[in-house]
Design a protein around this ligand. Structure first.
Ligand code: 13P
Length: 246
């Protein structure tokens, strides 16, 4: 399995930010890992066009469960695909919190992504209160069971474990805590999709930086990262790509 370095730009970036992606592909023309940036929807087509012929792939940050229709402001999976995207992030905790996304909705979006030929990156993670209460594995297990699309395989599904309290805070779980969750996810996924689970990428996300990437990537069952803030600068994300390629 090739590891995956995925960047989530969230609601950051205008066309000027494409220069960072340009610098990234210039510095990493042939990384040993897969390299993906998920810019705001306004930049998906431009980034995909710019990155054509390079190792950089482009993804969306959300899609609607339907392919088209009267849904003002929404973007469908076939539209992302048409714009040049290969992946789409779904069920990020910011969308679960800000837009009330449920596991069932995330699952329907992921099924739309698969139907459009996109790879679904399904995000899961516990809040700080849930971790403190000792319910992390229970919460994540429920999210996984409820969010995984029908027809998921190692080729069309990526899981991202992102503890909510680690996102944008500079705090990360201990390596043992990451190991516990990722081993749990692998086993639970096997119950859901069988042998495909072994080859499904399990990403860690939440305050991944150049300074902690290598130690996190050495944790068993960590097959890459979903990076927020540190994906905005080519130098920082490039260092993370290099750590994953080592
Ligand atoms: P940070 O890397 O900024 O903590 O964000 C993580 C994240 O939410 C990626 O989806």
């Amino acid at each position: 399995m090739k590891k995956l370095a995925a960047g989530n730009w969230k609601m950051n970036g205008t066309r000027a930010a494409l220069a960072e992606a340009q610098a990234l592909t210039a510095a990493h023309p042939a990384p040993a890992c897969e390299m993906l940036l998920c810019p705001p929807a306004t930049l998906v087509a431009a980034l995909a066009a710019q990155a054509k012929g390079t190792a950089l792939m482009t993804g969306g940050q959300d899609c609607h469960p339907k392919a088209s229709g009267a849904h003002t402001g929404d973007i469908s999976a076939p539209m992302l695909k048409d714009a040049g995207a290969t992946h789409v992030i779904l069920g990020h905790s910011e969308r679960r919190a800000d837009h009330g996304e449920t596991d069932a909705l995330v699952k329907s979006k992921a099924e739309a992504a698969l139907a459009a030929g996109l790879i679904a990156i399904v995000c899961l993670g516990e809040t700080e209160a849930q971790r403190d209460a000792g319910t992390t594995l229970q919460v994540i297990g429920t999210q996984l069971d409820g969010s995984i699309p029908a027809g998921a395989t190692a080729a069309n599904l990526v899981i991202a474990y992102e503890p909510v309290w680690a996102i944008g805070t500079g705090r990360t779980p201990t390596l043992a805590e990451i190991a516990e969750v990722h081993a749990f996810l692998r086993a639970r996924l096997q119950g859901l999709i069988g042998a495909e689970a072994a080859g499904t990428r399990l990403l860690y996300g939440g305050s991944v930086k150049p300074s902690n990437a290598a130690e996190i990537f050495a944790v068993p069952h960590v097959d890459g990262a979903l990076v927020g803030g540190a994906s905005l600068k080519a130098a920082d994300f490039g260092t993370i790509v290099a750590a994953l390629s080592a």
